[in-house]
Ligand binder design. Structure first.
Ligand code: CA
Ligand code: CA
Ligand code: CA
Length: 201
């Protein structure tokens, strides 16, 4: 009786050895490494509004005569960024520029943050070196009323990445040009809303 039990176990072991890993995998179909651990919720939804850059250029004014003064009381050009995500974004290592051949013209100061679904205004007034201009962000270039380009740029191991850019034509004094709706819409003439949600003209 004992001998026959041992024989049965031996036969079972042989069968298990025959069903080697390769064979089990073949029967289950080809499987890429890690495929069995993929979470289907990790898939990118192509209709998701938040695909693309987290932060975009949202509004600008290239000839501000009496719309809004900067913290030093000057009516200067300005540009508004908008954070399209539900998380604050650190802008360290990112840049603004008005020259495609010099995309890293002005660096955001270390630890500059834009809040979740929030706005950030940068004065484009060349007051970056002004010791009086301690309040507010002041870039080292201005926008041309006759039209030019504004670039929002990140840098990484692959070099400069233009996250967003807007090429605009001639602008009218005290008229803002912005996305409608915020963050995703096409640029058009809008009401001037620096630091707040864009509104139809
Ligand atoms: Ca200024
Ligand atoms: Ca310029
Ligand atoms: Ca705005």
């Amino acid at each position: 009786m004992l001998k026959s039990q041992i024989l049965l176990v031996t036969i079972l072991m042989s069968c298990l050895t025959f069903l080697s890993c390769d064979r089990v995998q073949q029967m289950a179909g080809p499987m890429a490494p890690g495929e069995d651990t993929m979470d289907p919720t990790d898939m990118t939804d192509p209709t998701d509004m938040t695909t693309g850059p987290s932060v975009v250029i949202n509004e600008l004014m290239a000839d501000n005569d009496n719309t809004i003064a900067d913290p030093q009381g000057d009516y200067d050009d300005w540009l508004e960024l908008y954070n399209r995500t539900d998380s604050a974004v650190l802008l360290t290592g990112m840049y603004l520029s008005d020259k495609e051949d010099n995309p890293t013209k002005w660096a955001f100061p270390e630890n500059t943050q834009i809040p979740a679904n929030g706005y950030l205004v940068v004065w484009l007034d060349e007051d970056h070196d002004d010791e009086e201009a301690t309040e507010g962000l002041h870039a080292n270039f201005k926008l041309s009323k006759g039209g030019e380009v504004a670039l929002f740029v990140d840098t990484d191991a692959n070099g400069n990445q233009v996250l967003d850019s807007i090429t605009f034509g001639e602008q009218e004094t005290d008229v803002a040009f912005g996305r409608l709706p915020d963050g995703t819409g096409d640029f058009q003439v809008v009401q001037a809303t620096p630091g707040a949600a864009n509104m139809a003209n």
